[in-house]
Design a protein around this ligand. Structure first.
Ligand code: FNR
Length: 198
């Protein structure tokens, strides 16, 4: 069977009716249609305590943090829709990233197996006029600094409270296609990388 990229998709929000969850689900559909095996997760199902080095030293890694890191390590590509909180990354997303950067037994410190070489495609949604665009600058910098390959294309959906129909599709057809295409582009990019490897 031909190679199928493995893509992990999630939003940086745990809110029940999160616009970012809807958006990343769309991109995940685009990736599936392009042939990827997509795992779409909800960070609400992976509750992690606020990262604290003393807690890590006394209790080890929380089971959800371990599982989340494992999912990242098993993926070739990552789709993230990140809400913008006060012009930056949401705390829940930053906290999950921080836990996943911690080395486990047998891993060289700083080897960052959950991030290094992963291809990432970003998007955001916000009720505001900029669609969370300012937050993406920070998410891009953080993940780029961890060794992820950041795809240049991104989507920021403004007026998100009015942007989706009842099925979770974007009412603006051009935007809808743009987000589906991000999933497709990530899939195609990862596939090309893998073919060059083999
Ligand atoms: C926000 N929100 C927000 N929106 C924005 O466009 N720029 C911002 O800087 C902020 N800051 C901010 C801070 C905090 C603490 C909260 C709770 C919210 C609004 C935010 O975009 C809105 O709540 C989205 O609906 C959050 O994304 P989800 O949960 O719908 O995916």
């Amino acid at each position: 069977m031909s190679y199928q990229p493995r893509i992990l998709a999630f939003a940086g929000s745990t809110r029940k009716d999160s616009f970012n969850k809807k958006l990343v689900a769309l991109a995940a559909t685009g990736a599936r249609e392009a042939g990827a095996v997509v795992t779409l997760i909800n960070l609400h199902d992976y509750p992690m305590p606020l990262f604290d080095e003393d807690l890590e030293a006394s209790e080890g890694k929380n089971e959800h943090a371990l599982k989340f890191k494992q999912l990242l390590m098993e993926s070739d590509g990552i789709l993230i829709s990140s809400p913008e909180y006060n012009g930056s990354i949401s705390a829940v997303l930053k906290n999950a990233i921080d836990w996943a950067t911690r080395a486990d037994e047998g891993e060289a410190p700083g080897s960052l197996p959950a991030f290094r070489g992963k291809v990432v495609s970003l998007m955001s949604a916000s009720p505001g006029g900029l669609g969370g665009l300012r937050g993406l600058v920070h998410v891009r910098a953080i993940l780029g600094g961890l060794g992820c390959l950041m795809l240049p294309a991104q989507t920021a959906v403004s007026s998100a409270h009015d942007a989706f129909d009842e099925l979770g599709n974007l009412k603006d057809e051009k935007r809808q296609q743009q987000v589906l295409y991000q999933g497709q582009e990530l899939t195609n990019f990862v596939t090309r990388l893998n073919q060059q490897d083999s």
